[in-house]
Write a protein that binds this ligand. Structure first.
Ligand SMILES: Cc1ncc(COP(=O)(O)O)c(C=O)c1O
Length: 401
């Protein structure tokens, strides 16, 4: 179409949007669809009753909750987040360096806009969060993937790749990582690798964007220290979100930025959405002030651990050939179904058995995810997890026979 910009030529349809669209069509047509597709929390784990009280308190008593807020966000929320970050992420974020965004999705998009020129190389984990990969690609970055194992990215291969690219004169700007409860692999990076990654970034003068989306969804043991907590050079730019513990629908995320980065993030942000939703920001203040986050974090840990274990047991019983590693944090499990095309499998599963999953391939920068699907275990009920895995097993056997 003649009115579209040139940039449109490298925009691909998002697999997540496609699946979510199909779920809504099928639901409208009266089908019950079990969704293991998106990274939503269980709405019954989120303390909805308390949030309902907070919401009406906020709307009744705080006129600003229905108005614009400063583009950087409401000051009281930045103060509360500064305390929260210190407690849970172990680093110092001054309120004046926190910018509240419409979810951390917007935080990443804004950072890419101000840091990346078309053609710049961004190093990502392979696999990595599909929406982030699309955000980088849509703004012209060239992605270089480095494989992830159950203890995180292979930092030695990472360094080799960076050295080689630098020797070829390529412009590498940053490394994007999700060290805890990685989406989609479920991996949590070891402390040694976190330190090594930072050393490499320092040695080759690169930035790191540390995506902390699952820092508060740690299912076993304690949260490992963030990479940011080791950073003495302002090399790590943290992005975070309350989505996974307060609810994805509120759209409260943030970026912690130096004064320079903050200046440009704010200039980019204002023409996009002016500010993150005011009502959500004021609810978030009370969510943190009244310690509701503590209830949610504790419940998430207990409930999602049980759901993860139910999913794993069902897979072990029903799909013996499947390969996966057990996540200790986050909301996902990546399943390899040997000798099956994951994309076709996900399509068939949706159309025939009304179970929604995401194909593994779009999470990868190469072809490694072709026989994989990603499963979410936080949102579906225990019964739905069992039924969904059962159907995955049935379809797998059908396709193999
Ligand atoms: C790794 C990662 N980062 C960021 C996000 C986005 O979160 P938000 O709802 O804050 O935009 C997600 C959501 O699934 C995620 O998995």
């Amino acid at each position: 179409m003649k009115f579209l910009s040139h940039r449109i030529s490298w925009i691909e349809p998002s697999p997540l949007a496609k699946v979510l669209g199909r779920i809504s069509e099928l639901s409208k047509a009266g089908f019950k669809v079990i969704s293991l597709a998106a990274g939503d929390p269980d709405p019954d784990v989120v303390p909805r009753k308390i949030l309902a009280e907070i919401s009406s308190y906020v709307i009744e008593n705080i006129p600003g909750s229905v108005l614009y807020t400063p583009t950087t966000g409401v000051e009281d929320l930045r103060i509360e987040l500064s305390k929260f970050i210190k407690e849970y992420d172990g680093y110092e974020a001054y309120p004046e360096n926190i910018i509240i965004t419409s979810g951390s999705t917007a935080a990443l998009d804004l950072l890419i806009r101000i840091l990346i020129d078309p053609g710049d190389i961004v190093v990502v984990e392979n696999p990595s969060y599909v929406v982030s990969l699309y955000a980088f690609k849509q703004l012209g970055a060239n992605l270089v993937g480095v494989d992830v194992y159950s203890d995180g990215i292979d930092t030695y291969t990472l360094e080799d790749k960076i050295r080689r690219l630098k020797n070829e004169g390529k412009k590498i700007k940053l490394i994007y990582t999700i060290p805890t409860g990685q989406n989609p692999s479920g991996a949590t990076m070891s402390i040694d690798k976190r330190r090594h990654l930072l050393e490499i970034a320092s040695k080759y003068d690169l930035l790191i964007i540390e995506d902390m989306a699952y820092n508060y969804v740690v299912l076993e043991g304690s949260s490992p220290p963030t990479i940011k907590s080791f950073d003495r050079e302002d090399r790590v730019i943290p992005i975070g979100t309350l989505s996974k513990i307060m609810g994805t629908g509120f759209r409260v995320g943030w970026v912690v930025a130096t004064d320079l980065i903050k200046k440009y993030v704010v200039s980019e942000k204002q023409p996009i959405d002016y500010c993150a939703p005011a009502i959500s920001q004021y609810i978030a203040i009370e969510f943190l002030r009244r310690d509701v986050h503590k209830i949610s974090i504790e419940r998430s840990r207990e409930v999602y651990r049980v759901k993860r274990d139910v999913m794993i047991r069902s897979i072990e019983e029903k799909i013996r050939e499947a390969e996966f590693s057990k996540p200790v944090a986050g909301m996902f499990l990546m399943l390899r179904l040997p000798n099956v095309d994951g994309t076709l499998f996900a399509e068939n599963l949706m159309e025939k058995y009304k179970v929604a999953v995401l194909p593994g391939k779009p999470f990868y920068t190469d072809d490694k995810g072709r026989d994989m699907i990603r499963l979410n275990f936080s949102r579906p009920s225990i019964d739905d997890i069992k039924e969904a895995v059962d159907k995955i097993g049935v379809l797998y056997r059908e396709l193999k026979s």
